[in-house]
Design a protein around this ligand. Sequence first.
Ligand SMILES: CC(C)(COP(=O)(O)OP(=O)(O)OC[C@H]1O[C@@H](n2cnc3c(N)ncnc32)[C@H](O)[C@@H]1OP(=O)(O)O)[C@@H](O)C(=O)NCCC(=O)NCCS
Length: 332
Amino acid sequence: MNTITAAITAVGGYVPDFVLSNKVLETMVETNDEWITTRTGIKERRILKDADKGTSYLAIKAAQDLIEKANIDPLEIDMVIMATATPDMMVASTGVYVATEIGATNAFAYDLQAACSSFLYGMSTAAAYVQSGRYKKVLLIGADKMSSIVDYTDRATCIIFGDGGGAVLFEPNYEGLGLQDEYLRSDGVGRDFLKIPAGGSLIPASEDTVKNRQHNIMQDGKTVFKYAVTNMADASELILKRNNLTNQDVDWLVPHQANKRIIDATAGRLELEESKVLVNIEKYGNTTSGTLPLVLYDFEKQLKKGDNIILAAFGGGFTWGSIYLKWAYDKK
Ligand SMILES: CC(C)(COP(=O)(O)OP(=O)(O)OC[C@H]1O[C@@H](n2cnc3c(N)ncnc32)[C@H](O)[C@@H]1OP(=O)(O)O)[C@@H](O)C(=O)NCCC(=O)NCCS
């Protein structure tokens, strides 16, 4: 019997229409387009304005886009993994609601939270289920409504994040395509450098936590930056070495879109030419769990069957890692 590998066979994506540009941010906090562009590479981000819509809305839209384009019967989906750091509610699972709304009523679903590495970790999880032979169609969605947790008076964070999401379908492959190798890491030393302090079991919501803005995302940008640069580059380099790949063998780097300078540092370590590094941070900012699938979504047409892709991410926690994937199809 041929070995089963787990391949991505379809991609979908969604970003809300409302554009929050650097120019508009200049009117909200003391910042300017030049500072944001040179420090982060971000020009604009998308914001889900509707107060009555949560992350599930982004996820449903992304999944529906995939289902429509790939002409999939949602009843055939075996499971839905919802990678997100901004679930609709603390309890119940956002993925469960999303699965039902997209008509995947034969599937079971749950959420996976590893901050900005949620989607990368989700790829590992989805692939493992498929490789086990137990499930044939695993839908992995990465989406975040970051505007729901951003403090728009904090200029060090509000310039970075945006809303959006993407989805990929994992299916068995018998040609050796799909996920080849992964290197996933985490370190609790990061807990205090990037967090939403309150609203969990440690510091439950109270009048004070609201007053002190403890339900917003807070970060020590400099420290996060340092760890992100080192760990994303280290993980990607390790994956290349372990698989005897040179920079010539790599067709594409798909990095988490946190900061253009972090992306450049990772690409630089791998000595990759710029044309192989897929970047859309200028349009969307950091959409957390949405970045990797939105890159695949935006650049899907350029990806060819058999292409060697290195994905890399870093997030709060800290969490990080790299995945080596062989692309499985040509987009018609
Ligand atoms: C947040 C980040 C862009 C800040 O860039 P930086 O070069 O580290 O800037 P610093 O924090 O050292 O701040 C430098 C100065 O710019 C100021 N500054 C911060 N945000 C600013 C803004 N939006 N506009 C203008 N000035 C700003 C700071 O107050 C500081 O001023 P000071 O020197 O008078 O104190 C950067 O640290 C970063 O991207 N970190 C990683 C964040 C991240 O990716 N998080 C998600 C991880 S998945």
